[in-house]
Design a protein around this ligand. Structure first.
Ligand code: DGL
Length: 259
């Protein structure tokens, strides 16, 4: 058992969608969340830059004594988690687009995936797609501009709706019945996506599965916090704290600092 915090990082505020799942599955765990918004988006950067940024975030969290690192970013997971696992002793949990369940359940034999360029072009993504979705059509779409809008506080905006319309059109044409969200910023788009998609299309994201996986890994390593006390949840950003605060329902303090 360990009362040390779980360290969570993302290129920005999107990973708070994963933090919420973690907090709901593991309500007594202490957590430290790091939003590297000053360097967002990661999705357009080269693999070696994504690895360097992931090292910086990991070391910051390890200096804060974290017992496990959750890479709450598909782009950082698909590009950097192998490096992190090979170079640091703590357990790492990552997040990847949930292609497998979508490919397994599709009836139209067509699924859509919305993710960053960095995720869609990664080796890990193409391996998973080949393994689980070789027999169906995958309509891939890079979500250019979405992360930037969310990071600048324009989640529910006309610009966002216009972007999403363009990105969904080829998917609707291909008759997808599942849309996989491959970026942790995107669960915040669900209300808008439901408005724009035909009723029968189901949206899948990996948040809940990742929270369950985190619990399993903590159990495996005997690291669960079994004290049933109100946890300490710390949130840090190197950009405007207001945007993250509002995504967290204004229920938590968000501290701004350089890292
Ligand atoms: N939230 C991220 C992800 O899951 C990164 C988006 C970005 O910075 O481009 O991929």
């Amino acid at each position: 058992m360990s009362i040390k915090p779980i360290g969570i990082f993302d290129s920005g505020v999107g990973g708070t969608s994963i933090w919420k799942e973690i907090h709901s599955v593991l309500p007594f765990e202490n957590t430290i969340y790091l939003a590297d918004s000053a360097n967002a988006p990661y999705g357009t950067k080269d693999k070696d830059v994504i690895i360097d940024l992931s090292i910086k975030n990991t070391e910051y969290l390890l200096n804060k004594n974290c017992k496990l690192i959750l890479v709450a970013c598909n782009t950082a997971t698909t590009n950097a988690i192998d490096y992190l696992r090979a170079n640091y002793k703590v357990p790492f949990v990552g997040i990847e687009p949930a292609i497998k369940p979508a490919a397994l359940h599709t009836k139209t034999h067509a699924i859509g995936i919305l993710a960053t360029k960095g995720t869609l072009s990664s080796e890990l993504f193409s391996k998973t797609a080949t393994l689980f979705a070789n027999h169906i059509t995958i309509v891939e779409q890079i979500g250019n501009g979405i992360v930037e809008l969310i990071e600048s506080g324009k989640l529910y905006s006309k610009d966002m709706k216009a972007l999403l319309k363009v990105y969904l059109e080829p998917m609707i044409k291909a008759d997808i019945d599942y849309l996989v969200l491959g970026c942790t910023h995107y669960p915040y788009l669900i209300p808008m996506l439901l408005e724009l998609l035909p009723k029968h299309v189901k949206i899948i994201d990996s948040g809940e599965a990742v929270a369950r996986q985190t619990k399993a890994i903590l159990e495996q390593h005997n690291l669960l916090n079994i004290r049933m006390k109100t946890p300490k949840n710390e949130f840090y950003t190197n950009a405007n704290p207001e945007i993250m605060r509002s995504l967290l329902g204004n229920r938590f303090d968000v501290e701004s600092l350089d890292f």
